[in-house]
Ligand binder design. Structure first.
Ligand code: A2P
Length: 277
């Protein structure tokens, strides 16, 4: 009797995948009416570099998969995968994806790609992660990667969102890093002192308001952080946000003398669009 019950329970938690490339959702968290994150099982064959993205989605109408690029937010050593997503009421995918629950299936093509990887940057001393909105996702992976702390003396993450609630995912992640067992074990008790977090909002009052681009231009961001401006000899940067932000920041970094790198040609900074519906 007991045995039968336990088999049924196990099946409930891990249903046999039925879709092609199906993975099972294990946890969903909603942050605001515009943002949520979820975790799912990881294909045994999937190897990825922190900062890369994969195509994920659901079966759409006409039995055709509806897929979008999503940065993997979990670190490469995690048994599961984590994603951070926007909810768009009339978005073809996210209007449906926002309703997923633990036990549901999603489609995941196990072919990771992307430019926000350590390999695309030349060695440096200070690493900047610049994010807006869900552009924080690839950095959630990179911030949990021991290589980030191994390769750099200082890591600065800036996150600009419209509202305070949109900072919660990033803030929780930064808090959790301080007590991350693996990073403690590998990097020593003080590794998190290398990390500086600079959250800002643009449409709701918070301790630091303004677009990061404006705060850098005025010098306020550097004063607040107690750091010097960017310099191609020491600074490396990764950018992930909305298109206008990416373009504006890219131009600013070029003015500081930084050059854009790629997997095949590592340089000073790399850019990736936060993929929206
Ligand atoms: P703002 O509220 O002034 O538009 P979104 O949710 O639309 O993707 O925006 C996320 C955040 O990115 C918002 O705080 C937004 O500020 C900011 N943002 C938009 N465009 C730029 C830009 N060109 N430079 C810097 N920040 C930007």
């Amino acid at each position: 009797m007991n045995k039968v019950t336990s088999v049924t329970e196990a099946q409930k938690i891990k249903p046999v995948p039925t879709l092609p490339d199906a993975q099972t959702v294990t946890e969903v968290k909603h942050y605001t009416d515009r943002l949520f994150s979820f975790r799912c099982t990881r294909p045994a064959s999937l190897r990825f570099r922190s900062g890369e993205f994969v195509m994920i989605g659901l079966m759409g109408d006409n039995d055709k998969p509806l897929l979008r690029a999503y940065s993997i937010a979990s670190p490469s050593w995690d048994e599961e995968l984590e994603f951070y997503s926007i909810k768009v009421a009339d978005g073809p995918l996210t209007s449906k994806l926002q309703h997923i629950k633990a036990g549901d299936e999603i489609i995941l093509r196990p072919k990771p790609v992307g430019t926000l990887v350590h390999d695309a940057l030349l060695p440096g001393k200070r690493l900047w992660f610049f994010a807006t909105g869900t552009g924080f996702a690839p950095f959630a992976s990179l911030l949990r990667d021991p290589q980030t702390y191994e390769d750099y003396d200082e890591i600065i993450i800036t996150h600009t969102c419209r509202e305070v609630g949109e900072l919660t995912y990033g803030r929780d992640l930064i808090d959790s890093i301080k007590t991350d067992e693996l990073l403690h074990e590998l990097m020593g008790a003080h590794f998190h002192e290398k990390l500086k977090y600079y959250p800002t909002t643009t449409r709701e009052e918070s301790p630091k308001m303004g677009r990061i681009t404006d705060l850098m231009r005025s010098g306020e961001a550097f004063t607040d952080l107690g750091v010097t401006t960017l310099n191609p000899d020491t600074d490396r940067a990764m950018i992930c946000g909305n298109l206008a932000f990416n373009l504006e920041l890219k131009e600013m970094l070029e003015e500081y003398g930084l050059e854009e790198g790629a997997n095949s040609d590592p340089k000073h900074y790399v850019v990736e669009k936060a993929f929206l519906d």
